[in-house]
Design a protein around this ligand. Structure first.
Ligand code: FAD
Length: 414
């Protein structure tokens, strides 16, 4: 690899890959280097807790681009290499192996590492995070010998993993400290729906529980001991309790931030010529009242990458994209658009017992987000309601026989 690039990207994941793609698509002719600590070229992370874990998709099928793509686009790829420090004055980064690589612009797209348990037993054999291909391959290698699994954390990754493993015939317990699953990301009705769906399929969902420690037998995990003294038998433990943004080298170099690195509307950090994108970027989101947040989603990684590519190629446009997300669990496809945080009303469209419905979140009468379960039509049409700050008639909104697009049309003609 060269020791100097016009654009150097740290992190060969979703954001990093999209940044390189967008730069070339926009005609950027300078040199691009990408450094990633994983051994693989960029691959899709969402299947790791879905059809890659289940074995329905091979690794080749989840590559973001075929292997030859990066060479063809003249993107120099240095995998299996971790950047440990950044020198903003010299405009260079240092790798763990001691190499120094210079940059014109640096794009920091390092995502995050799974938050680990701090209790005793957290590092036993059989305890897994779900962030990388290596994590999942390791888990899959052990699964044949496993019948009981405890999933710590009832967020999307925990629930998706629980669904896949239950379908494989494992006996799965989900342990959640909050009094509902998905508490951080969804309204109460959606949480209760998913809780019921998991229980109906045999998942033992335990809420408001605290993990005390992990028990060991023969050098491997054998169970999860809870604060109330109960022990959940588990030959495998999956820890899905969020990520710690991988920003230490940037913060040490003087970048503003803390829980992520702070960026402006164009992805610029407080350090000259250094941008940050994706899961690690703390940004004022237009759909969260301009409050600084980190979003962990493909939409955010890809759209911020495009924002930065625009800034670097001299065609800046601030980041205002509408957030969207999806989650597959059993035969339920959840599609989310907008951010429901801060809603003061939630209206259910359709009948959750039929397993096709939407929850529409409103604030001060206007639609701010939708969670759509097996209801793609609502998801597609709902985007416009959010973008146009539609304040619909609530009875009509609750009536699934009335298309959401017709609510907009009705408002326009009022
Ligand atoms: C199991 C799972 C399921 C998911 N499902 C969904 C979903 O259904 N829908 C959705 O929208 N999102 C989903 N996500 C989230 C989505 O994958 C992330 O938001 C997205 O990958 C973020 O992209 P990124 O570029 O910020 O980080 P990443 O894709 O994580 O890439 C960052 C890369 O940087 C590397 N790196 C870190 N530090 C360094 C360093 N110092 N030097 C070099 N390299 C470094 C990391 O190893 C990693 O390869 C899921 C994530 C996981 C883990």
């Amino acid at each position: 690899m060269n020791d100097q690039f016009d654009v150097l990207i740290v992190g060969a994941g979703h954001g990093g890959a999209q940044a390189a793609i967008a730069l070339r698509q926009r005609g950027f002719a300078g040199t691009i280097g990408m450094i990633g600590e994983e051994p693989e070229i960029p691959y899709e992370r969402p299947p790791l807790s879905k059809d890659y874990l289940s074995g329905e998709k091979t690794f080749e099928r989840i590559l973001i681009r075929p292997p030859g793509f990066w060479d063809e686009r003249h993107v120099a790829m240095l995998t299996g290499t971790r950047v440990v420090s950044v020198d903003p004055d010299k405009r260079s980064v240092a790798t763990e192996e001691g190499a120094t690589i210079g940059y014109g612009h640096l794009i920091w797209a390092a995502g995050g590492h799974p938050r680990r348990l701090s209790c005793s037993g957290h590092d036993l054999a059989g305890v897994h995070g779900v962030r990388t291909r290596a994590d999942v391959d390791k888990m899959v290698r052990e699964l044949d010998e496993v019948t009981t699994v405890a999933v710590i954390g009832g967020g999307y990754i925990g629930l998706e993993s629980a669904a896949v493993l239950t379908k494989m015939g494992k006996q799965v317990t989900v342990l959640e400290t909050q009094d509902r699953v998905l508490a951080r990301v969804a309204g109460e009705a959606l949480s209760r729906f998913y809780e019921a769906e998991h229980r109906a399929r045999g998942v033992d969902v335990r809420l408001s529980v605290t993990v005390d420690c992990l028990d060991e037998r023969d050098g491997a995990v054998s169970g999860v001991r809870l604060a109330d003294g109960a022990v959940v038998e588990a030959q495998m433990v999956i820890v899905g309790i969020g990520i710690i943004p991988a920003v230490a080298p940037l913060i040490a170099a003087g970048a503003s931030g803390g829980n992520g690195v702070a960026i402006d509307g164009h992805g610029r950090t407080s350090l000259p010529n250094i941008f940050a994108i994706g899961d690690c970027a703390l940004h004022a989101n237009a759909h969260a009242d301009g409050l600084p947040i980190r979003l962990e989603s493909l939409q955010n990684a890809n759209d911020l990458a495009i924002t930065v590519a625009r800034a670097i190629t001299g065609d800046p446009e601030p980041y205002t994209s509408l957030p969207w997300f999806w989650s597959n669990q059993f035969d339920l496809r959840l599609q989310t658009v907008g951010l429901s945080t801060g809603h003061d009303q939630a209206v259910t469209r359709g009948d959750p017992t039929r397993r096709s419905f939407s929850i529409v979140y409103l604030r001060q009468g206007s639609v701010i987000a939708l969670d759509c379960v097996n209801a793609t039509r609502d998801y597609v049409q709902g985007k416009a309601l959010i973008l146009q700050r539609c304040a619909p008639d609530l009875d009509k909104l609750a009536d699934p026989a009335i298309d959401l697009k017709d609510l907009l049309a009705a408002m326009a003609s009022d």
